[in-house]
Design a protein around this ligand. Structure first.
Ligand SMILES: Cc1cc2nc3c(=O)[nH]c(=O)nc-3n(C[C@H](O)[C@H](O)[C@H](O)COP(=O)(O)O)c2cc1C
Length: 189
């Protein structure tokens, strides 16, 4: 099986970067992992014209890397969405990326895939970020796996905290359980 690990932190040596890699290691025996560190790509903001509904591609198709990134999502069995918590929600980078998945939302290309979240805060406000990511998965008709909220303020600090490592292992167990005992995708258009 294939897993895509999204890191939507804009900073270097990010906690989200390290935690997604730690999760990938836990899953390595069952999932071939690919890392999408969004800051390494050009992701323009959605312009909202919604012509992608008929055209099946974004009006900015040739201007950035989103078409390629969407292809990566469509080729995965599991999407792990990692984001830092910014003002109780996901980062702006994560939200721009989410909005730009509208063309593949219209084509239902993520239907039936597994999705989970890994959010990192410095002490408060992870639940809304987690909720936003779960709603993203549900709107794409994906199978949701309850995510984790990890804590760490400074770059890389989250890896020094045992409770974060424990949460990563728990999430890996939940993912493997869902992958071994898959449930049907939610009904919907
Ligand atoms: C713009 C901004 C907003 C933030 N808002 C919150 C917040 O609401 N709650 C919180 O606990 N931490 C907040 N933080 C701290 C980050 O979530 C925290 O440092 C986290 O470890 C960053 O993850 P990263 O290393 O993967 O970038 C904020 C940081 C920034 C830059």
């Amino acid at each position: 099986m294939k897993a895509v690990f999204i890191n939507a932190s804009p900073r270097k040596n990010a906690n989200t970067h390290h935690l997604t890699r730690a999760l990938a290691e836990e899953l390595a025996a069952h999932f071939q992992g690919e890392f999408l560190d969004l800051m390494q790509y050009r992701v323009l903001r959605c312009l909202g014209d919604q012509t992608c509904r008929e055209r099946k591609q974004c009006c900015q198709e040739k201007k950035d890397d989103m078409a390629m990134l969407c292809e990566r999502l469509a080729g995965a069995d599991l999407i792990v969405f990692g984001s830092p918590v910014y003002f109780s929600n996901v980062s702006g980078l994560a939200k721009d990326f989410i909005d730009r998945t509208l063309p593949i939302y219209y084509q239902r290309l993520l239907k039936g895939k597994m999705g989970t979240s890994l959010v990192t805060n410095s002490g408060e406000g992870g639940l809304m970020a987690e909720h936003s990511l779960m709603e993203f998965f549900k709107l794409h008709n994906m199978i949701t796996i309850r995510g984790i909220v990890c804590t760490g303020r400074h770059p890389g600090e989250a890896m020094d905290r045992e409770e974060n490592i424990r949460r990563v292992k728990q999430l890996a167990e939940r993912i493997l359980e869902a992958a071994v005992h898959p449930v049907p995708a939610p009904a919907g258009s």
